[in-house]
Design a protein around this ligand. Sequence first.
Ligand code: FPP
Length: 242
Amino acid sequence: MKKEIDGEELNIPEHVAIIMDGNGRWAKKRLMPRNFGHKAGANTVEQICEDAYNLGIKYLTVYAFSTENWKRSVEEVTGIMNLLRKYLSNAYERASANNMRVRVIGDRSALDADIVELIDKLEKDTEVFDGLHFTIALNYGGRDEIKRAVQDIAERVKSGELEPADIDEKLISATLDTKELPDPDLMIRTSGEYRISNYLIWQLAYTEYYFTDVLWPDFDIEELKRAIRYYNGRDRRYGGVK
Ligand code: FPP
């Protein structure tokens, strides 16, 4: 999709994936506890959803909690889970105003039962919206997602539903948590870290990466536009020659 932004005709990436990093450092700079940074980060997510929608982005996927994040202190994990509870409980109103469908990817088996209920309800209630497809990666790890998909496929082979020769890239993509989403066109990571950290490792194979030093709570529409301008400067060849 093409759109004029600040007088410039730009190609808008259909799917943007974000690693929202730097909440802890943002709080530390203000001599505040880490959870203060996560709270500010949660506000930024809400604003960026609206901005992304207005810019014409169709899919936005954010990394809220990784399978490795359980290693953090109980206080911090509880703080993030409470922010997610609050978000999931209140998101419907904004979702209906912004025509936003919400999905959650990741392994739900380790989440508290009330959070799983909130996720199920929000996913169901927003199923009819198709403006912005907003996906939250929660207790998500790319390797864990692939492991679960491999187990699923192995069961289907064992039951005789599939032959090993039926396993191709399409089937694997269709077995991942992201089966309903196109692969990301642009991946943004904030806070000056140059890693993928187990995020969407299958899906990011041909994605353009944009790294910025800005800490997540400070990320705003101007930063998002900067990332889109960078994306427009890239020449996507998917391994071929143009
Ligand atoms: C990374 O910063 C951030 C996280 C691990 C948590 C992200 C969670 C939220 C923004 C809140 C909830 C999300 C939604 C969808 C409402 P960090 O803590 O690793 O920062 P640091 O590297 O500076 O320590």
